[in-house]
Design a binder for this molecule. Structure first.
Ligand SMILES: *Cc1c(COP(=O)(O)O)cnc(C)c1O
Length: 224
C-alpha cells in the first residue's frame, strides 16, 4: 500500500535538478525542492505527496490555512513553506501553520514574528526576502539594506535568519539576480539561498540555490 506512485511532472523536475546539481559539482542533498501548490486544491496535491514529495510552498496565508490543516493531518511529515508576502495581521496564522517563512522583509514583520514566536513557542525557520531588481511592486528589502536588516533581525529582535530569498524581475536575466543574492548571503555568512522557479531553477542551482521553488513545471499551468 505504501508504494510510491510516480508523478511525471515531479519526476522530470527531480531528474533535471539532479543533472544541474551534478553539472555544478554539488552534492545532491544540497538542493531541496519546494513544490509550489498555490491555487491547486488537495486533490491535485495528494498525488504529489503520494509520489514522495514532502516540501510544499504556498504564497497566501489564507489560502494555505484553508487547505493544509487537513492535508497535514493525513501527512504529518510534510514541511510547509510560506513564499509570499506576509502582513502583520496574518503573522499568528502563519506561525501556526508554516515550518519555514521565506518573506521576512521589514522591521514591523520581524518584530511581530518575534513576539508571536515567543508567545506560541513555535519557531519556524526564517529567510529574508531581497528585492534584487529593486522593483516598486515587489516585496523584499533593497540589496543595499539587506545586511542592516538581517543584523537588526538578529540583534534587535533575536531572530535567527537562515538565508535569503529572491524573485528576479520577469524580463531580466535571472543569473544576475541569483549571483547578487548569493554574494549578499555569502557576505553575511547565511547558508540558505531560496531562488529559482520553473523557468530558471537549473541556473539557480549553478549559482548556489539550496531551495528551488517550483510550481508550473510540476503541477502544470495555474488557472486564470
Ligand atoms: C508561484 C511562485 C513560484 C513558482 O512559480 P512557477 O513559475 O510556477 O514555478 C515560486 N516562488 C514564488 C514566490 C511564487 O509566488
Amino acid at each position: 500500500m505504501a508504494t510510491t506512485l510516480l508523478h511525471p511532472g515531479l519526476e522530470d523536475v527531480l531528474q533535471n535538478i539532479l543533472q544541474a546539481v551534478e553539472e555544478a559539482g554539488r552534492e545532491a542533498s544540497s538542493v531541496r525542492l519546494i513544490a509550489v501548490s498555490k491555487t491547486h486544491d488537495a486533490e491535485r496535491i495528494e498525488p504529489i505527496i503520494g509520489a514522495g514529495q514532502r516540501l510544499f510552498g504556498e504564497n497566501r496565508v489564507q489560502e494555505a490555512t484553508g487547505k493544509w490543516p487537513d492535508l497535514r493531518e493525513r501527512h504529518p511529515d510534510v514541511e510547509l513553506h510560506l513564499i509570499g508576502p506576509l502582513q502583520s495581521n496574518k503573522v499568528k496564522d502563519a506561525i501556526a501553520l508554516f515550518d519555514v517563512i521565506h518573506s521576512v522583509d521589514r522591521p514591523k514583520i520581524a518584530k511581530a514574528l518575534a513576539q508571536e514566536m515567543a508567545r506560541s513557542g513555535r519557531k519556524p525557520r526564517l529567510l529574508v526576502q531581497v528585492n534584487t531588481g529593486e522593483e516598486a511592486q515587489k516585496a523584499g528589502v533593497l540589496p543595499g539594506d539587506a545586511a542592516g536588516f538581517v543584523e537588526q533581525c538578529q540583534e534587535e529582535f533575536g531572530l535567527e535568519i537562515e538565508g535569503l530569498m529572491c524573485i528576479p524581475p520577469i524580463d531580466e536575466e535571472s543569473s544576475l539576480h541569483f549571483a547578487l543574492l548569493a554574494k549578499i548571503a555569502g557576505g553575511l555568512g547565511l547558508k540558505e539561498l531560496s531562488m529559482g522557479m520553473s523557468a530558471d531553477y537549473e541556473t539557480a542551482i549553478q549559482f548556489g540555490a539550496t531551495y528551488v521553488r517550483i510550481g508550473t513545471a510540476i503541477f502544470g499551468e495555474r488557472g486564470k
